[in-house]
Ligand binder design. Structure first.
Ligand code: B12
Ligand code: SF4
Length: 502
C-alpha cells in the first residue's frame, strides 16, 4: 500500500530552541517498508499544510498515519484528518503516539468518522499488522492496541526486539533543518525505551508500563554509523541508568571510529551514581546534558515525587562541571508563584553558570496529576497544553503571571544569548552559515517573537473548537494500573526498580 506518515507542526517550545527529527515515525516507517509498502514521510515542523495537500494529490496515499505525541497538536491533526477524509474518502486514516494513546476515544469523537483508528502504544509491529489487515479487508478492531469507533483490541504489545526496525532516516526530507541550539544540524537516536521511575507529572512510565528496555550495543552503534549529521540528540528519557550499557555502546562506537557531539537527558541521581560513564561519554563527544531538576527546594521535589533531593541536584551540577559537560536545567513554574517567588528563581538562575529552562506545571492525560489536578483546570483548550501556558488557576492575575514568566525566561535567555555571548559565538554562527546551516543563527534572534506575554495571554481567548474531556474520577489519585498503556508485567521482571524508587 502507499502510506504517508505525517508529523504535525512545531509548537511554541520548538519554534525557538530546537527542531528534532520524528524518530517515532521513522521507526514505524521502517516496519512498513520492511513489509513491502511504499512509504513516504512529511514533517510539518518543516513543511506547510499546503505541501501536505500537494503530497495527498501527487502520492495519492491509500493510508495516512499521523503522529500525535503532543496534546497541543490535537486540533491540527483532527482538522487535517477531516480535510483528508473529504479530499480522499477511501483513504485509511490512523493516529498514534503518546498523547493519542491516552485520549484515544476522545480523538475518535472529535474526528466524527474522519479517523479510522487510534494505535495505542509503540507503533512498529502493530502498524505492520494494521496495514496488512486494511489492505486485505480484515477486521482491525481486534488488533492489540487498536481503538476504532466499533471497538478495541485491548492493550498493546511490545515489539519483541528494539533492534528490529532501525529508523528509516532516509525518508526525512530536508534533514538540515533538524537542530538543537548550536548542534546544527542534529540527528536523533534511541538507545533505550521507557523509565522505571514514576514522577507524578510524567507519562513516560505510564506509557511503557514502568519498563526499561535496551537496544544491543552493536545495533545502537550500527544505527549511529548510519547517521550523517555531526551532532546527535540521544532521546532516552533517562540516559545511562545501567552504566554497563552506556560503556558497551561507547566501546562499539570507538571500534567503528565514530566521532560525534552528543546531547542527552538524565536524572541528577543517575549522574551522581554513574559518574564514570558520563565522564567516558564526555571523552566520546558528550557536550550537553539536560537535567530535569524541576524544583529548587525539597518541598517542590516532593510534590513532583521526583525521589531526589536538593543535595543530590547540587552534587550532580558539581559533577557535570567537573567533567566539562554543559548542563541545561529544567524548572517547573507553579501557577501559584507570585512576584517574590519568580524573583527568587531569577536570582537562583543567574547565580549558576548552567542554562535554565522554565516550563509551566501542566497536568497531562496519562499522568497522575491529570487525575489529581484536572478538577481545577481553567481551560480545556488542547492548544494551551504545551507547558508554556497556565492551565491551572494562577495566584497572580493571569496576564501578570505571563509577564513574570516571560520576564524570568528573558532574563535567563539574556544570560545565554545576550549580545556579549553573541560576540563569542559569532565565529560559530559564521562557520555554520558557510556550511549552509542557519537554524542556530535564527534561534539567537527569535526570543521576543516567540515568548510574548500578550500573545500567551491572548491565546486563552481563541475560538475553541475541540474541548478536552476531564477524567471521570477527577480529584482522586488513581491506581497505577489505571494509567498504563502497555501493561507492566512483561518487562518489569527484567528491570530491577531503581535505587530510591518504591
Ligand atoms: C524529542 C522529544 C521532544 C522534542 C520534539 C521532537 C519531535 N520532533 O517529535 C521536544 C523537545 C520539542 C519535545 C517537547 C515536549 N515534550 Co517531548 N519528548 C521527546 C522525547 C525525548 C523523544 C521522542 C522520541 O523521538 N522518542 C523515540 C520514538 C521512537 O518514540 P515515539 O516518538 O514515542 O514513537 C513511538 C510511539 O509513540 C508510536 N508512534 C509515534 N508516532 C506514531 C504515529 C503512528 C501513525 C503510529 C502508528 C505510532 C506512532 O510508535 C513509535 C515507535 O514505537 C520523548 C521521550 C521519549 N523518550 O520518547 C518526549 C515526550 C514525547 N515529550 C513529552 C512532553 C510532555 C513534552 C512537552 C510537553 C514537555 C516536555 N516534557 O518537554 C514538550 C511539548 C512541546 C509542546 N510545545 O507541546 C512526553 C509526552 C507526554 C504525553 N504526550 O503524554 C514525552 C514522552 C516525555 C516524557 N517523559 O513525558 N519533546
Ligand atoms: S525520571 Fe524522568 S522520564 Fe522518568 S518518570 Fe520521572 S520525569 Fe518521567
Amino acid at each position: 500500500m502507499r502510506v504517508l506518515l505525517v508529523h504535525p507542526s512545531p509548537l511554541m517550545y520548538s519554534e525557538l530552541y530546537l527542531r528534532l527529527e520524528p524518530l517515532g515515525l521513522e521507526r514505524v516507517a521502517a516496519a512498513l517498508l520492511h513489509s513491502g509498502h511504499d512509504v513516504r514521510m512529511l514533517d510539518l515542523q518543516i513543511f506547510s499544510h499546503r505541501d501536505y495537500f500537494r503530497e495527498l494529490n501527487s502520492f495519492k496515499p491509500q493510508a495516512v498515519g499521523f503522529s500525535l505525541n503532543y496534546l497541543a497538536n490535537v486540533p491540527e491533526v483532527v482538522d487535517l484528518a477531516k480535510a483528508t477524509r473529504q479530499l480522499a474518502p477511501q483513504c485509511f486514516i490512523f493516529v498514534g503516539g503518546h498523547s493519542g494513546s491516552f485520549i484515544a476515544s476522545d480523538l475518535l469523537e472529535h474526528a466524527q468518522g474522519a479517523i479510522d483508528c487510534i494505535v495505542r502504544g509503540e507503533g512498529e509491529g502493530i502498524s505492520q499488522q494494521l496495514i496488512e489487515a486494511v489492505s486485505s479487508g480484515g477486521d482491525i478492531s481486534r488488533l492489540p492496541g487498536v481503538v476504532t469507533p466499533n471497538g478495541s483490541g485491548g492493550p498493546p504489545r511490545f515489539v519483541e526486539d528494539l533492534d528490529s526496525f532501525m529508523p528509516a532516516r532516509h525518508l526525512a526530507r530536508r534533514r538540515n533543518k533538524y537542530f538543537i541550539g548550536e548542534l546544527d544540524p542534529c540527528a536523533s537516536i534511541e538507545f533505550t525505551r521507557g523509565c522505571p521511575w514514576d514522577c507524578s507529572f510524567c507519562s513516560a512510565w505510564t506509557f511503557y508500563g514502568r519498563s526499561y528496555r535496551k537496544s544491543t550495543p552493536q545495533a545502537a552503534a550500527e544505527d549511529m554509523a548510519s547517521i550523517k549529521e555531526p551532532n546527535v540528540f540521544i532521546v532516552d528519557d533517562v540516559a545511562f541508568i545501567h552504566p554497563e550499557h552506556g560503556f558497551a555502546i561507547g566501546h562499539e562506537l570507538e571500534k567503528r571510529n565514530i566521532k560525534k557531539r552528543y546531547y542527552l537527558e538524565t536524572r541528577s541521581d543517575v549522574l551522581c551514581r554513574n559518574e564514570e560513564v558520563f565522564a567516558y561519554w564526555r571523552r566520546l563527544g558528550l557536550e550537553y546534558m539536560f537535567l530535569g531538576l524541576e524544583a529548587i527546594d525539597e518541598e517542590g521535589l516532593k510534590a513532583h515525587r521526583k525521589r531526589s533531593s536538593t543535595g543530590v541536584n547540587a552534587k550532580a551540577l558539581e559533577i557535570a562541571r567537573r567533567i566539562g559537560v554543559t548542563v541545561a536545567i529544567n524548572l517547573i513554574a507553579d501557577p501559584d508563584w507570585d512576584e517574590r517567588r519568580f524573583e527568587v528563581v531569577r536570582q537562583w538562575a543567574l547565580s549558576i553558570p548552567e542554562i535554565v529552562h522554565l516550563t509551566v506545571a501542566t497536568p497531562y492525560p496519562g499522568t497522575e496529576t491529570w487525575f489529581t489536578e484536572s478538577r481545577k483546570l481553567t481551560t480545556r483548550d488542547y492548544r494551551l497544553f504545551d507547558i508554556q501556558h497556565a492551565v491551572l488557576p494562577t495566584r497572580l492575575p493571569l496576564h501578570r503571571f505571563y509577564e513574570e514568566l516571560v520576564k524570568t525566561q528573558s532574563v535567563i535567555n539574556r544570560k545565554h544569548m545576550g549580545l556579549g555571548i553573541i560576540k563569542d559565538v559569532a565565529f560559530l554562527v559564521a562557520k555554520l552559515a558557510l556550511q549552509g546551516q542557519t537554524n542556530f543563527a535564527k534561534m539567537l534572534w527569535k526570543f521576543n517573537k516567540v515568548y510574548n506575554p500578550k500573545r500567551q495571554y491572548g491565546d486563552h481567548f481563541k475560538e475553541l473548537k475541540y474541548q478536552m474531556r476531564l477524567p471521570e474520577h477527577s480529584g482522586v489519585r488513581p491506581k497505577a494500573d489505571a494509567l498504563y498503556i502497555h501493561p507492566p508485567k512483561v518487562a518489569r521482571a527484567e528491570t530491577p526498580a531503581p535505587v530510591g524508587a518504591r
